[in-house]
Design a protein around this ligand. Structure first.
Ligand code: ZN
Ligand code: ZN
Length: 329
């Protein structure tokens, strides 16, 4: 099969290769991939921000396709099912985090497109218990970005503790942010977007944001909650400063540049909360996919053929992607 693997020298060194079609092991499904979203985390994997320790891997964890074979311990009836493979690949199932419903924090968890090969390929395998059934109402290219960008954004929205009808600030407006904004607005939030990208500001206003300003601008009102999607630590102080008292700021990225020094009185006093977002649980994924179908959440998609996966990563790194880049596999 055609596939792409990390080259060890950054995302521009991603290599196109021929690999054998993988065989599903016990508990696994083999999926013929039809679409795979391109996530910023793929850049972090290819660039070594998330260490590979000398391994190479097929990136991609927003994988949509059909089951074409199953391993032992999986019902053969699943062949033909349309599914989504996402970032959370497996957890230990027995630690205190798994048992208390916080499997996103399991220290034994594994991730698609980092610990195991992902979807920049014609075929992929994944544990059946961690694969989502694809909602009927979402076509392949639409569904792919929901599988990480959408699910993580949904968890970030929960972590940001937005009160009903509250004011939400969104810093950075790429794939995850533009999906999260739609969910927040459908629930009655007033959304203010802050991003350096003029085209993204335009998209935010088209989707119904109340305002769209520059990356570190002060929003026109104080915010009840905010989410920083951009991997830019320098946005943390202005985002904290823009919070109303008792407001919450959630940092949605898996990687972020250094956060500048904070001033207690300006940035944290008056009971502000600063938190991060770490992966997601399967329940987050199932809830979000159901909600996205019901609310009609629409991803703005920039499609690329599988042969151009490296270009998609280069474009994403240069902030040249409008909405979400998705590979047609
Ligand atoms: Zn665990
Ligand atoms: Zn992702």
């Amino acid at each position: 099969m055609r596939a792409w693997v990390t080259g060890g020298e950054g995302h521009a060194a991603l290599r196109a290769v021929e690999l054998p079609v993988p065989t599903p092991g016990p508990g696994e499904l083999l999926v013929r991939v039809s679409a795979c979203g391109v996530c910023r985390t793929d850049l972090h994997v290819a660039d070594g921000d998330l260490p590979l320790d000398g391994r190479s891997v097929v990136p991609g964890h927003e994988v949509v396709g059909r089951v074409v074979a199953v391993g032992d311990e999986v019902a053969p009836a699943r062949v033909g099912e349309r599914v989504g493979i996402a970032w959370l690949r497996s957890t230990c199932g027995t630690c205190r985090w798994c048992r208390r419903g916080a499997e996103n924090l399991c220290r034994g968890s594994r991730y698609t497109g980092w610990d195991a090969d992902g979807g920049y390929a014609e075929y992929a395998v994944a544990p059946a218990a961690y694969v989502y059934r694809a909602p009927e109402g979402l076509e392949d290219l639409q569904l792919a970005p929901l599988l990480c960008a959408g699910i993580i954004g949904y968890r970030a929205l929960a972590r940001a503790a937005l009160p009903p009808g509250g004011r939400l600030g969104i810093y950075g407006f790429g794939a995850s942010a533009h999906l999260t904004a739609q969910v927040a607005m459908a629930r009655g939030a007033e959304v203010h977007v802050l991003t350096r990208d003029a085209a993204a500001r335009e998209l935010a206003l088209e989707l119904g944001a109340a305002s769209a300003g520059g990356a570190a601008d002060a929003p026109p009102v104080l915010l009840d909650s905010a989410i920083v999607f951009a991997p830019a630590g320098e946005l943390v102080p202005p985002a904290l400063e823009a919070l109303e008292q008792q407001g919450t700021l959630a940092l949605a990225g898996i990687h972020m540049s250094d956060i500048p020094r904070l001033d207690y009185r300006r940035h944290l006093f008056r009971e502000k909360t600063l938190t991060s977002v770490t992966s997601n649980t399967r329940a987050d994924g199932e809830d979000f996919l159901r909600l996205a179908e019901r609310l009609g959440v629409r991803a703005t998609v920039s499609p690329y053929p599988l042969d151009r996966a490296r270009d998609a990563l280069v474009d994403l790194a240069a902030d040249r992607v409008h909405g979400a880049a998705v590979l047609r596999c």
